[in-house]
Write a protein that binds this ligand. Structure first.
Ligand SMILES: *Cc1c(COP(=O)(O)O)cnc(C)c1O
Length: 341
């Protein structure tokens, strides 16, 4: 098939229809065969538990076309493990890791012509999701589940690319509850964050930076990305049970060490914001995005970190992207090269 007529260099972080998605259903106590579909729709019972009670989790990972033409999937085993934890966190049937990985490989191969060319800055985003599909009116876990994986080519998450973004902070919003679902990747957390995100947008900021929902003293999640700060040759990131354990952050901590930084994972008091030389947000979509300014909506206080990306944030970004695009040695074995038949 011919290449799609897409402007690879200016893709948004959005949905583009591709050729196929893959699906697998858990029924009668077991997972079925992987099905290939060219439909963009899901037939669902009107009483399906995902529709009424939010039994839904998801993942997000990327495949990159390298300079050498090879396609690399980044750390899918980690996404697969987190997909299991998310399912367990809302009483869904967890998908075995091997099956998860097989589905990821399959959806990437089936949509090969949508993997953006090297140099475009774009990549193929893979979105696995799991839903409870049994009809339920009483509140209880579903017996049957469906996992769907779609793939779509995406550009950078923040439309300005690798440029410092502005975020705001407020104590008036929580993404999740203190002992709630913050550490798992479920749609409900995102629904609960939409109002705060809208407030940030309307005021001209890219996202809302949250404080911890219990004490409102420590930095927590940065929109739907993890927060990090750099000072005294140290990469610091929150250790919080309400933060989603980001695989990008896990990778950046390793890269930071490789580059000679110290790494600290601990509570970060609000007061420390004024001590950082650089701050940023990280995630599969955001990669590693410098934050140039944080505005505290409640105290009307501004923290500034410069209008250009900082030295360390730039180094971290380049090394991570370098590994993903096959420009730097994959010393930690993070990438799986896709074998096309
Ligand atoms: C997915 C997600 C992240 C980033 O995780 P990655 O594994 O790096 O993509 C951060 N915060 C939240 C709330 C998320 O859902």
């Amino acid at each position: 098939m011919k290449n799609p007529d897409l402007d690879w260099g200016s893709l948004p972080f959005g949905y583009v229809k591709t050729d196929y998605n893959v699906r697998c259903t858990y029924k009668d106590g077991k997972w079925g065969e992987i099905e290939v579909s060219d439909s963009e729709y899901v037939p669902l019972h009107i009483a399906a538990s995902c529709l009424h009670y939010g039994q839904e989790s998801f993942e997000g990972l990327k495949a990159f076309r390298g300079k050498d033409g090879k396609v690399r999937i980044f750390r899918m085993d980690e996404n697969g493990k987190r997909f299991i934890r998310s399912a367990e966190g809302i009483s869904m049937q967890p998908m075995p890791l091997e099956l998860f990985e097989e589905m990821v490989r399959k959806v990437v191969k089936l949509n090969e012509r949508f993997i953006p060319p090297y140099g475009s800055g774009a990549s193929l985003y893979i979105r696995p999701l799991e839903i409870g599909i049994s009809p339920k009116i009483g509140v209880s876990p579903s017996e049957e589940y469906m996992v769907i994986m779609l793939a779509t080519p995406v550009g950078p998450y923040f439309k300005d690319g690798f440029k410092p973004t502005k975020v705001c902070l407020s104590r008036e919003y929580d993404r999740v509850a203190p002992k709630g679902t913050g550490s798992i990747k479920i749609g409900g957390n995102y629904a609960a964050s939409l109002n705060a995100g809208q407030v940030a947008h309307d005021l001209g900021y890219s996202v809302m930076l949250y404080l911890d929902p219990k004490d409102k003293e420590y930095l927590d999640e940065c929109g739907a990305a993890n927060f990090f700060g750099i000072k005294n040759n140290t990469y610091v990131t929150p250790d919080s049970e309400t933060v989603l354990p980001s695989i990008t952050n896990m990778s950046l901590r390793q890269v930071a060490e490789d580059l000679g930084l110290k790494v600290e994972r601990r509570h970060i008091p609000y007061a420390e914001l004024k001590e950082f030389d650089e701050v940023g947000a990280c995630g599969t979509a955001a990669v590693c995005t410098p934050i140039g300014l944080i505005y505290d909506l409640d105290k009307k206080e501004t923290f500034e970190y410069g209008t250009e990306p900082g030295e360390w944030t730039t180094k971290l970004y380049n090394r991570l992207q370098g590994i993903q695009y096959g420009l730097e040695p994959d010393t930690h074995g993070w990438c799986e090269i896709v074998e096309f038949d």
